[in-house]
Design a protein around this ligand. Structure first.
Ligand SMILES: Nc1ncnc2c1ncn2[C@@H]1O[C@H](COP(=O)(O)OP(=O)(O)OP(=O)(O)O)[C@@H](O)[C@H]1O
Length: 322
């Protein structure tokens, strides 16, 4: 006689399983409360010499109201990511949403609305941000006229004046770009990016063409905008002064987020303000973790490691096997 075994463990009834499925369905989606949620984002470019995988499963969450920096070596995928978030490029695979807009599924109409109303952009090249034959005020008013969000000439003029004041370039109101310094042009560009009340402002190397004192003023403008309007700001930068002045800097390596630095400001007993910075390695959605090269080299770690689970940490040891 053969013994009969049940495939379902005794303790689990069909009702239990149905409850589990229901709980699973009701779990909030990945990054549901974030302004930006990138989930295993992939972007492959097909070139003459073959395919380039610019983004290789990048995960990133950015909260509403954050001011953060993206850093990484040349070719690591920063601009590719920014172009996708700006709605100018479409990922090959994965998931990406900004302020509830699904960047992979938008039709051309929602893409246009997204680019006009949800996101503002500041480029590195000052000449790319402003139309040369318009004054600063006309440049700021243009996106409002195109989108129709701010109706009426008087309302547009009032918002233009307010934005030029906030970005510190009210004195450039009637000047054309060639009559302004590089820093004034970038601060006007920030006002243009803000014209339609975007939830997010993206900036690709916005201080790249400026000397360090001017760069500091432009960065201070992003800070003001973030604090006063609550606009989320994501900056790509090679400028270490900028990268170390934000609360969170995410490093991208080979098309993935590799590590991040979080800075905390505290006040000690004597009222002195201290900033502490800690570097964290990123664990992606598949559980992958990149160990920093200087750590692995110091312990001559290659190919594989021994992992041990402890109550409150995981130990990683070099493989000592012969
Ligand atoms: N349109 C494209 N066609 C083919 N390959 C591309 C294209 N755009 C980017 N790439 C490639 O994708 C990779 C990532 O490029 P990306 O410009 O995103 O890097 P980056 O980190 O912004 O670099 P940098 O700091 O130099 O601006 C690079 O290998 C680049 O050559």
């Amino acid at each position: 006689m053969t013994e009969q075994t049940s495939a379902t463990p005794d303790a689990l009834t069909l009702a239990d399983l149905e409850r589990r499925v229901e709980q699973q369905r009701q779990r909030p989606a990945h990054g549901h409360d974030a302004l930006i949620a990138c989930d295993r984002l992939v972007r492959i470019f097909a070139g003459q010499g073959g395919e380039v995988q610019a983004l290789q499963g990048l995960d990133l969450l950015v909260a509403k109201g954050e001011l953060m920096a993206l850093v990484g070596a040349s070719g690591s995928g920063k601009s590719t990511l920014l172009n996708i978030l700006a709605g100018l490029d479409v990922p090959t695979a994965g998931g990406a949403s900004v302020a509830g807009f699904d960047l992979l599924a938008m039709d051309s109409r929602s893409r246009l609305r997204y680019r006009r109303e949800v996101v503002g952009f500041v480029w590195q090249q000052t000449a790319r941000n402003l139309l040369p034959y318009l004054t600063a005020a006309q440049n700021v008013a243009l996106p409002m006229r195109l989108s129709g969000i701010v109706k009426g000439r008087r309302q547009r003029a009032a918002r233009t004046a307010e934005l030029l004041e906030m970005t510190g370039v009210a004195h450039c109101r009637d000047r054309r770009p060639h009559q302004m310094s590089g820093g004034e042009q970038q601060r006007t560009a920030i006002a243009v990016a803000l014209a339609n009340h975007p939830a997010l402002v993206l900036a690709d190397e916005p201080t790249g063409q400026l000397d360090s004192a001017t760069a500091e003023q432009v960065f201070a403008t992003f800070h003001t905008v973030n604090e006063e309007l609550g606009t989320t700001v994501v900056l790509v930068t090679h400028d270490t002064a900028v990268a170390s002045a934000v609360h969170r800097t995410v490093a991208i390596r080979d098309g993935r987020t590799a590590s991040e630095v979080l800075r905390r400001t505290t006040t000690d007993d004597q009222g002195r303000i201290m900033t502490t910075a800690r570097e964290y390695a990123t664990v992606d959605r598949a559980g992958r973790l990149q160990l920093p090269g200087d750590f692995t080299q110091a312990l001559e770690i290659r190919d594989r490691v021994l992992l041990e689970l402890e109550p409150d940490h995981i130990t990683v040891r070099p493989d000592q096997a012969p």
